[in-house]
Design a protein around this ligand. Structure first.
Ligand SMILES: NC(=O)c1ccc[n+]([C@@H]2O[C@H](COP(=O)([O-])OP(=O)(O)OC[C@H]3O[C@@H](n4cnc5c(N)ncnc54)[C@H](O)[C@@H]3O)[C@@H](O)[C@H]2O)c1
Ligand SMILES: [Zn+2]
Length: 342
C-alpha cells in the first residue's frame, strides 16, 4: 500500500492506494458511522462492509440529484445522525460525489471518507475534493470543494467492474500521462494490456502515478483558478460529445484528446509524431479516436462550455507528451476543427 496526501483549505486528505475495503474499520470510528453505497456495489461487496447503518442508492447519472440528497438527509434524520456522525461513501464517482456533498452540508458538515470502487473514481473523482450533484440537466451544477479525510483505492474491487467502466478510467490515466508525465505515458504504451488485465503490479503503478499527478495539480490549485484547468485536456470536446451523443465519458474524452492533439499540432506546439503516439495508444486500449456526431449540435454544446470567456475558450494544448498548457483560443477555431474532423 502507498499513501498520498492532499492539503485542502479545509483539511488534509490521505489517499491509500492498494488498501482494502476489509480494512475500512481502521479508518473510521467504531460507532456513529453511516455508509452510503449503490445497489451494484452492495450486491458484490456488502459482506465486506463494517456493521453500520447503510443507505443504498440506485445507479446512473440520473440519480445524482438534489432529490437523492434529500432522501439521504431524511434517512440520516431517521438514524438520528448528529454532528459526530461519520459518513463513508463506498462506490464509484456517483456515490462519492453525492456522499461527499451530503456530508459537507448535513448539519453544516460532518466528517467523511470514501472507498473508491471504480477505476475512474480512483484516479479522478475521489481525488481533489469536488463534491456535488447535477441540477436541471446541468452536470455538477450544485456542489462544494471539501476533501474527504481518506480515500481507500482497493484495486481488487476493479475485478468485478464492467469493461466499459474500466475504459472510462483508462482514458483519464492516458490524460494524466499526456499532460504531465511522459514516463507514465511510455509505461502505458508498453504495459497497457497488463493494465487492462488488472495485473496487480501494473494497475497499482498506473493508479498511483495518476493520483500523484492529479493530487500535485490539486495541491497547487484546489479551487481551479489556474493549473487545475490542465486536467480538462480532451474534455472541452469530450463534454460536448458526451452531451450530444450520449457516449460514455471515457470514449468522449478519448476523441477529445485526439482533437486537442490535432489542434496542438496545427498551432505548432506538438509534433505530429507525438500526436500519433496518443492516438495509437488510445486505439490499442480500445478507446475510440473518432465519432459520429452532428456538427451543429456539438458546436452549440461547446458554446455553452463553462470555460468560455466571450468568443474565446480556455483550452488545454500540449507542447509535448508530458507537458500541457492552457490558452484561450477562439471558439471559431474549434468549430473549424469539428468540421475537419467530422
Ligand atoms: N468529483 C470529481 O472531481 C469528479 C471527477 C470525475 C468524475 N466525477 C463524477 O463521477 C461520476 C462517474 O463516476 P464512475 O465512472 O465511477 O461511475 P459510477 O459511480 O456510475 O460507477 C459506474 C458503474 O459501476 C458500478 N460499480 C461501481 N463499482 C463497481 C465494482 N467494483 N464492481 C462492479 N460494478 C461497480 C456502479 O454501480 C455503476 O453502475 C460522474 O457523475 C462524474 O461527474 C467526479
Ligand atoms: Zn473526465
Amino acid at each position: 500500500m502507498k499513501t498520498l496526501e492532499i492539503h485542502g483549505s479545509k483539511g488534509d486528505s490521505f489517499i491509500h492506494v492498494g488498501e482494502t475495503l476489509r480494512n475500512l474499520g481502521k479508518y473510521i470510528p467504531s460507532k456513529n458511522v453511516v455508509l452510503i453505497t449503490d445497489k451494484n456495489v452492495k450486491q458484490y461487496y456488502e459482506n465486506h462492509f463494517p456493521p453500520h447503518p447503510l443507505i443504498t442508492l440506485q445507479t446512473g447519472e440520473e440519480i445524482k440529484t438534489l432529490d437523492t440528497v434529500r432522501d439521504i438527509y431524511e434517512k440520516l434524520v431517521e438514524f438520528e445522525a448528529d454532528r459526530s456522525t461519520y459518513i463513508v461513501g463506498i462506490g464509484g464517482g456517483i456515490v462519492c460525489d453525492i456522499a461527499g456533498f451530503v456530508a459537507s452540508t448535513y448539519l453544516r458538515g460532518v466528517r467523511f471518507g470514501f472507498v473508491s470502487s471504480t477505476l475512474l473514481s480512483q484516479v479522478d473523482a475521489s481525488v481533489g475534493g469536488k463534491n456535488g450533484v447535477n441540477f436541471k440537466g446541468y452536470k455538477n451544477m450544485v456542489g462544494v470543494f471539501n476533501q474527504p479525510e481518506f480515500v481507500i483505492c482497493d484495486l481488487n474491487l476493479l475485478k468485478t467492474l464492467p469493461k466499459k467502466e474500466l475504459l472510462n478510467g483508462m482514458a483519464e490515466i492516458v490524460k494524466h500521462g499526456a499532460i504531465e508525465d511522459a514516463s507514465l505515458f511510455a509505461y502505458l504504451e508498453k504495459h497497457f494490456q497488463k493494465a487492462l488485465d488488472l495485473d496487480i503490479e501494473v494497475i497499482e503503478k498506473v493508479v498511483y502515478d495518476s493520483i500523484v499527478i492529479k493530487s500535485a495539480i490539486v495541491n497547487q490549485d484546489e479551487l481551479e483558478k489556474g493549473a487545475r484547468r490542465k486536467l480538462n485536456f480532451g474534455h472541452t470536446f469530450g463534454h460536448a460529445f458526451e452531451k450530444t451523443t450520449g457516449v460514455p465519458h471515457g470514449e468522449a474524452v478519448s476523441v477529445g484528446m485526439v482533437m486537442a492533439s490535432a489542434i496542438s499540432v496545427k498551432r505548432g506546439h506538438l509534433s505530429a509524431d507525438n500526436a500519433g503516439r496518443i492516438k495509437t495508444l488510445l486505439q490499442k486500449i480500445g478507446l475510440p479516436v473518432s465519432i459520429h456526431a452532428e456538427e451543429k449540435r456539438v458546436f452549440d454544446a461547446l458554446k455553452k462550455d463553462k470555460k468560455r470567456k466571450g468568443d474565446r475558450i480556455y483550452f488545454v494544448l500540449l507542447n509535448t507528451i508530458g507537458n500541457a498548457f492552457v490558452d484561450q483560443i477562439p471558439v471559431k477555431e474549434l468549430e473549424i476543427e469539428i468540421h475537419t474532423f467530422g
